[in-house]
Each structure stands twice: as structure tokens, then as C-alpha cells.
Design a protein around this ligand. Structure first.
Ligand SMILES: *Cc1c(COP(=O)(O)O)cnc(C)c1O
Length: 231
């Protein structure tokens, strides 16, 4: 089933990429595997998936240890400062940096391990109370602060759009994230690039791609519904 789901999602991604006038290599499909067993990840791996998204540090680390070495793990969930030390070196990209305090901890742990950690800044574009992320008004200031950290590299922006029935309702937020990134890019800040826009999930990834997403995070559409009671 995972293989068939993947084929469908890839086809949808491909068509949305074409509508946005880009090529397939410009959009990365991240298979969000949170709560799913390693057998499911391996099924996706065998179908060519190398990028997995997890939202809990312990679960990400456990899966990192047992999956083939060329599997990459994206940290897409809210990150607690006291867990950062377990994560560094095992994630290819942290999508969810939303405070200078968190970035400083990532700096400290990355320096200890002598690595540079790539991050995205999470923006709460829709200003939902229930969501993490910096407000757009505070984004530029955060970019400038984080850009001073030698072992942390800003690669772009991430947002989690509201849960909606009609994906068109989220188009405005995806468009806004992209414009925020273009504004920041134009300021040519040292140590900052804005090439990555992580936006779009199962319900709205096609709209997100049309609006310029370079990474989409798809869980349910690939692995089926999640059963949280197992955890
Ligand atoms: C769970 C999750 C996803 C995937 O959600 P689906 O609707 O299952 O595709 C994407 N992004 C984040 C940050 C998530 O926590």
C-alpha cells in the first residue's frame, strides 16, 4: 500500500511542479514517518524514499540508528532545548527553530560535536494560538540573531498552515511565507540563505508547491492514518 500511495503522491507532486514552472529536482518530498514502525519506513526506503520526517527526538534517533546510513532524518516537530544534545549529528535539517534561545543551544551542541547544523526558521504565518513559530513581525530580528551563530546555518523558512477542508484557503499563507523569504534574501545577510521553503502537508501540498514550496512534508498520504494510541 505504501508503494502505491507513494506513486500517487509523486505523480501529484510532479504535476504541481510542472504547474509552477519548475523541475522535479527543485521539490523534495519528505515522507513523514512519525508513529510508524521501521518496517513501514523500510517499505518507503525500498521504493526510493531517502528523506523522512519525525517530530520527536527519541523516535528520530531510534530510527536513525537502525535505518540504512543513506536515510536522512528531518526534525519537523517542536524541539525542546534539553533534547537538542541527542539530536545533533543525526538530523540533516531542523525545520522548527523559532527562538534565539533554542538556536543558541543548537550552536553549543553543534560546536561540541564540531558540526554545522542546517536549520529552517518556523513562522506562524496564520498566527494560530495552537502553533509554534515566530510571528512575521519578529522574523527579521530572529534571522539576524541566528546568523551570528557559527555552527548554525539558516537555509530557509518553514510553516505549518491551518487545518482546513479546502486547501485553497491556505494558498495565502504559503504565498506569504515565500514573500517573507524573498524580502530577507534581498537583505544579503551573512551566513543566511533562503533557498528552502518547507510548506504543505497531505491536505495541501499541491497548493504549497504551486506557491513555491521546495520541501513538502507528507505523512498520511504515504503511510496512512496514524494511530497515536500505540505511543
Ligand atoms: C505530522 C506532520 C506532517 C504530516 O502531516 P500529514 O497531514 O499526515 O501529511 C507535516 N508536518 C508536520 C510539522 C507534522 O507534524
Amino acid at each position: 500500500m505504501i508503494k502505491e500511495n507513494l506513486e500517487k503522491v509523486r505523480e501529484n507532486v510532479h504535476r504541481a511542479v510542472e504547474r509552477s514552472g519548475r523541475s522535479d529536482s527543485e521539490v523534495l518530498l519528505i515522507a513523514v514517518s512519525k508513529t510508524k514502525p521501521v518496517e513501514d519506513l523500510m517499505e518507503a526506503y525500498d521504493a526510493g524514499v531517502r528523506d523522512f520526517g519525525e517530530n520527536k527526538v527519541q523516535e528520530l534517533v531510534d530510527k536513525y540508528e537502525v535505518m540504512p546510513k543513506d536515510a536522512r532524518f528531518h526534525m519537523i516537530g517542536h524541539l525542546q532545548k534539553n533534547k537538542v544534545k541527542y539530536l545533533i549529528g543525526k538530523t540533516c535539517l531542523i525545520h522548527s527553530v523559532d527562538s534565539f534561545e533554542l538556536a543558541k543551544v543548537i550552536q553549543k551542541e553543534s560546536e561540541k560535536k564540531n558540526v554545522i547544523t542546517d536549520v529552517l526558521l518556523e513562522v506562524n504565518v496564520a498566527k494560530e494560538d495552537s502553533k509554534f513559530g515566530v510571528f512575521k513581525e519578529d522574523l527579521l530580528n530572529l534571522v539576524k540573531e541566528v546568523s551570528t551563530l557559527k555552527n548554525v546555518r539558516i537555509k530557509g523558512l518553514m510553516t505549518i498552515a491551518p487545518f482546513v477542508e479546502n486547501p485553497e484557503d491556505n494558498r495565502q499563507y504559503f504565498n506569504e511565507l515565500k514573500r517573507l523569504g524573498i524580502d530577507i534574501e534581498s537583505q544579503n545577510i551573512d551566513n543566511v540563505s533562503m533557498g528552502t521553503y518547507s510548506m504543505g502537508m497531505t491536505g495541501d501540498y499541491e497548493v504549497a508547491i504551486e506557491e513555491g514550496a521546495t520541501m513538502v512534508r507528507v505523512g498520511t498520504g504515504i503511510f496512512g492514518v496514524r494511530n497515536y494510541s500505540l505511543f
